[in-house]
Design a binder for this molecule. Structure first.
Ligand code: AMP
Ligand code: MG
Length: 488
């Protein structure tokens, strides 16, 4: 285990043409203090967690000073926001510090989010509020716990510095890490500016650093685009299967590596609602839960346009077609697993659709339903725990009849199926009210212990953790009045 300050940062992003970024110094957070340190991620990186609490380390993670090799920069990108092309976005409040290599050989890029304005900040202040920083921290770690590709969060540094949103809040800086933060919009910007040489250099860089297998293909750019489509499809299947809504699926928030990226007004479904809109500002429901797979495809079309100088149009269209196939296959596979099914039968799609219609009509809690369904017995009876979640018991019984027949068809064994189902149906998800409770304690009482507790629970979302039973229940009544907007 190394101390944080002994890390030496590399600058592989700067092997890209200078047009891809702007060097910027962070704006120090005034009188920073640690809010939370991610011990699990420290372990993965081979870092001593306590070393991040040293004043000099806190200063670095609050944008007050740099360490060996750090050369902060803001990356350029553009993107389609709510369907409209915005020619220039870029890191408005995130700075890439550089990269480090962990003992297992993985390379991590480090960003400070909320470390002050950049040339891409437009009218923004370059800051992030503590509230949204806690949400990003908790959710990226919750997603990681669920086994869903995501950027990670290593630490939050807080400050009493005032930040003006709808109300006055305080500032924080999140240290977030990923293999790369490159977005669909990173490609779009050079296509729309007609800078095709830069586009090609970016594609070459992405292949070299992140998709080395594509370099071995006879058509590397085609292989790259196809692989991005595939990873995006798998990510969408992951999101749908745990009831995660991203909230702002603009192309500048779509990772080129298929990671969950840029946590803003996200939300997990409580009661199942296919049309759930988690972003208060998304009036038309463009990014509603049931739209996500389709929107990802729309976003991939934007990326495909940007790839036109590199790959023939018909080839790009074929890859987009494959996206549908990958998504449907992956989604079906995850839903079968959620139901504990091991074989594939032609009618499984119908069984799943019927269940989702039922859950939607009854507004049944998505997470609890699947978790309790693990105890559904092959022979009659013993279904009260899950049945009680559905208001109209007759509707449940009708569906359960088909489900039971389907289980019998493959001679499913109760005990084995329960274990399988508990491994894919989380007991604990980051419900809005759980995040809100941690945020209120932090913001109102400077008590950060709930962030740690919740994170510990969400690291093992599939395990029974009796000490965290309270986190596994239905949301309290006050949760329905929570709303989340883009303001962060
Ligand atoms: P988002 O929709 O949160 O992904 O943000 C879209 C763009 O706005 C990105 O380029 C962000 O960097 C930028 N942005 C968001 N909030 C701020 C802020 N407070 N200050 C500067 N830029 C921001
Ligand atoms: Mg963003």
């Amino acid at each position: 285990m190394k101390p944080f300050l002994s890390l030496s940062f590399g600058q592989r992003y700067q092997t890209l043409p200078p047009a891809c970024y702007q060097r910027v110094s962070p704006t120090p957070l005034s009188e920073p203090y640690p809010v939370v340190i991610n011990e699990a991620l420290c372990a993965q990186l081979g870092l001593e967690p306590a070393s991040l609490l040293q004043p000099a380390a806190v200063a670095v993670l609050a944008g007050c000073r740099l360490t060996e090799g750090m050369q902060p920069l803001a990356a350029l990108y553009s993107g389609h926001q709510f369907g409209v092309y915005v020619p220039q976005l870029g890191d408005g409040r995130a700075l890439l510090l550089g990269d480090t290599q962990a003992e297992d050989g993985t390379v991590w890029e480090w960003q400070l989010k909320g470390a002050g304005p950049t040339p891409f900040s437009r009218s923004g202040d370059g800051r992030a509020v503590l509230r949204s920083s806690i949400r990003e921290y908790l959710c990226s770690e919750a997603m990681h716990g669920l086994g869903i590709p995501t950027t990670r969060a290593l630490a939050i540094m807080g400050s009493d510095e005032a930040i003006y949103r709808e109300t006055v809040e305080t500032a924080a800086v999140v240290t977030r890490l990923a293999e790369s933060f490159i977005r669909f919009g990173s490609f779009e910007v050079f296509y729309h500016r007609g800078q095709h040489d830069l586009l090609r250099e970016l594609a070459d860089y992405v292949i070299r650093q992140h998709y080395p297998l594509c370099a071995e293909s006879a058509q590397p750019y085609q292989a790259l685009f196809t692989e991005i489509c595939r990873r995006t499809a798998l990510l969408m299947a992951d999101w749908q299967a745990v009831g995660f809504c991203h909230g702002v699926m603009n192309t500048d928030n779509m990772s080129i590596l298929g990671l969950t990226l840029d946590y803003g007004p996200f939300g997990f479904l409580d009661g199942f609602d296919a049309g759930h809109i988690c972003n208060h500002s998304d009036h038309r429901g463009r990014y509603a839960y049931q739209q996500q797979a389709q929107i990802a495809l729309w976003n991939l079309h934007c990326l495909a346009s940007a790839f036109l100088p590199l790959v023939a149009e018909d080839v790009l269209l074929a890859a987009l077609q494959e996206y549908r196939h990958h998504f449907e296959q992956a989604y079906l596979q995850r839903m079968r697993a959620k139901l504990g099914l091991q074989q594939a039968e032609a009618e499984d799609g119908e069984l799943i659709s019927a269940l989702l219609l039922l859950l939607h009509a009854q507004h049944t809690d998505f997470t609890l339903f699947f978790r309790r369904l693990a105890d559904f017995p092959l022979v009659a009876g013993g279904v009260e725990a899950v049945r009680d979640l559905v208001i109209d018991r007759d509707l449940f019984d009708q569906w359960a009849l088909h489900y039971r027949q389907r289980l019998q068809l493959e001679n499913s064994v109760d005990g084995e199926r329960r274990i399988r189902m508990q491994q894919v149906n989380p007991k604990y998800i980051l419900r809005n009210h759980l995040a809100e409770t941690a945020i209120r304690q932090a913001v109102e009482h400077s008590d950060y212990s709930e962030i740690n507790r919740l994170q510990r629970c969400l690291q093992q979302p599939f395990a029974e953790q009796p000490e965290f039973e309270a986190y596994a229940g239905l949301p309290p009544d006050w949760a329905s009045s929570l709303s989340v907007s883009c303001s962060s």
